[in-house]
Ligand binder design. Structure first.
Ligand code: IPE
Ligand code: IPE
Ligand code: MG
Length: 236
């Protein structure tokens, strides 16, 4: 082996294609979402084993409210089940779990569960898993700017003090380094409002594989791709 494999310390994933995966099997979309949730469990375990420090996954966008009520309900119920499971084995799986996105619009019981899971897992030492829920990159920036403007209004800071690092500290991802690698499954090549600020210098990997079919080999392919990139950050 000529050179050691670099493992990205932060991987972001747009888990897409659950609906198409189910359709191919003549099953309802909910069937695909359930399989997708199971895949997330595997992928977070593999990422942790590989030495990835942060994994940020897109579970529900600010635009996904436009889906039929029935599908939104299915997704929220899956989230409830997922959190229950993660709470039950919080010690064993060792994950630090956090939610990014505007949680104020979620059902009260979900908000409470999110607070509980963040509290219970915060001293774990394994992978930091960020779940983007009712998340939109533009919405995140608007919420950050609102908070910042409020601090200016209250004389906590001056408009002339504002710089990149400061704005970052108002984002949902404060204290989390930017992703080094973005993976989107299902063949779509767009960001769909994901981590607009944070992906400024991220390497993008797109695969046709549908999310419920994403396996360890696929994850390794994304990491090999990352290893071939020459990250210049504007330099030479
Ligand atoms: C991704 O799968 C999961 C969510 C957006 C919640 P989709 O539900 O978007 O599946 P496709 O894109 O319709 O196949
Ligand atoms: C992006 O997927 C959001 C999630 C994976 C949660 P979508 O399926 O909602 O994105 P579009 O509509 O194809 O852009
Ligand atoms: Mg989709």
């Amino acid at each position: 082996m000529s050179e050691e494999l670099k493992i990205p310390s932060h991987i972001a994933i747009i888990m897409d294609g659950n609906g198409r995966w189910a359709k191919k099997r003549f099953q309802p979309r909910a069937f695909g979402h359930k399989a997708g949730a199971e895949r997330l469990e595997d992928v977070s375990r593999w990422a942790d084993e590989l030495g990835v420090k942060y994994l940020t996954v897109y579970a529900f966008s600010t635009e996904n409210w436009n889906r039929p009520f029935e599908e939104v309900t299915t997704l929220m119920n899956l989230l409830r089940m997922y959190m229950k499971k993660k709470l039950a084995d919080a010690k064993k799986n060792n994950l630090v779990i956090r939610m990014i996105g505007d949680r104020s619009k979620l059902d009260k019981d979900i908000i409470l569960k999110i607070e509980e899971i963040e509290e219970v897992t915060k001293f774990n030492t394994g992978l930091h898993l960020q779940i983007a829920l009712n998340y939109g990159g533009r919405d995140e920036i608007v919420r950050a700017v609102k908070k910042l403007a409020n601090d200016v209004e209250n004389n906590k800071l001056k408009a002339t003090d504002v710089e990149e690092k400061m704005l970052e500290s108002y984002l949902d991802t404060k204290e989390i380094p930017d992703p080094e690698l973005l993976i989107r499954t299902s063949g779509e090549m767009r960001l769909s409002n994901y981590l607009l600020w944070q992906l400024a210098y991220t390497e993008f990997y797109f695969t046709d594989v549908l999310w419920p079919d994403f396996n360890k080999e696929e994850l390794m392919n994304a990491i090999y791709f990352f290893n071939k990139r020459d990250r210049r950050f504007g330099g030479l």
